[in-house]
Design a protein around this ligand. Structure first.
Ligand code: KIV
Length: 291
């Protein structure tokens, strides 16, 4: 009699690489990317089949409660990146280089980029800025580390930009953005995030460069899309940018669950019998008798 073994685990997806990004652009297939900062989210996302996970420095705001992204450190980023890499096996993992980890010198940038791969299991890094960061991008890429650029609204420059506002709205600003995209491509970046950029400019840039663009608040003409997961899930209650599509309201769900728990404990509905372990009557009798 022959026996058949039925596997209970889903087959592992093929690992997504920077080459996959390039091929998807060539085929006109949208690239999907989301942010994650912890193990369970990374597991769920990887299982859902997302192409890429960004351990974004948005960590600072949506998880750590800071006002903006400037306060988060390399060590905090690495700590969360490690948790994500333990959970996601197929998605391309991108570690976001925090403020001051790459601006001082190209050597510094390379050293810190290397830590994301060596100490946190990331496959690539992301950094903000165009022409001013070309040397850093070149240096990191020359060490074999894939770099994703980030143009438009670059949150680490929030003070210079005068707030979280749309970029590239004037003809001259659009020209600079396009030039920066070409500069990053020439420096060796494998992809570029375009954040809060007018849709037709983002589409135009996407067609002008050979590497994929990943849009956030930049319209449907980009080669892929990324969202901050806490915005998508309705987990971050402070504000939700206009460009976000909210797929759930987890903040409200959490609030409901916590309120019910408090009520259950206060009214002694929890723990119920099914949540309780008990000694047998014999053991209990022996215990009481021996007292
Ligand atoms: O940190 C982040 O989450 C990001 C995305 C907004 C692209 O940089």
């Amino acid at each position: 009699m022959s026996t058949t073994t039925i596997s209970t685990t889903a087959p592992q997806r093929k690992k997504v690489t920077t080459l996959t990004f390039r091929q998807k652009k060539e085929r006109g297939e949208p690239i999907t990317m989301l942010t994650a900062y912890d193990y369970p989210t990374a597991v769920a996302m990887d299982k859902a089949g997302v192409d890429s996970i960004l351990v974004g420095d948005s960590l600072a705001m949506v998880v750590l409660g800071y006002e903006n992204t400037l306060s988060v450190t390399m060590n905090e980023m690495l700590h969360h990146a490690r948790a994500v890499s333990r959970g996601a096996k197929s998605a391309l993992l991108v570690g976001d280089m925090p403020f001051m980890s790459y601006q001082v010198s190209a050597e510094d940038a390379l050293r810190n980029a290397g830590r994301f791969l060596q100490q946190a299991g990331m496959d690539a890094v992301k950094l903000e800025g165009g022409r001013d960061r070309a040397d850093a991008v070149r240096k990191i890429v020359s060490a074999g580390i894939p770099v994703m650029g980030h143009l438009g609204l670059t949150p680490q420059s929030v003070h210079q930009l005068g707030g979280f506002r749309v970029q590239g709205k004037t003809a001259s600003a659009a020209k600079i953005l396009l030039e920066d995209a070409h500069i990053l491509e020439e420096a060796g970046a494998f992809s570029i995030v375009l954040e809060s950029v007018p849709a037709r400019l983002a589409e135009y840039i996407s067609k002008q460069i050979s590497i994929p663009t990943i849009g956030i608040g930049a319209g449907v003409g980009c080669d892929g899309q990324v969202l901050v997961t806490h915005d998508l899930l309705g987990l971050f209650e402070r504000f939700t940018p206009k460009f976000v599509k909210q797929y759930a309201n987890f903040h409200a769900e959490m609030n409901k669950a916590f309120t019910q728990y408090i009520d259950d404990v206060e009214t002694k509905r929890f723990p119920a019998v099914e949540h309780t372990v008990e000694m047998t009557d014999d053991e209990w009798g022996e215990f009481v008798g021996e007292k």
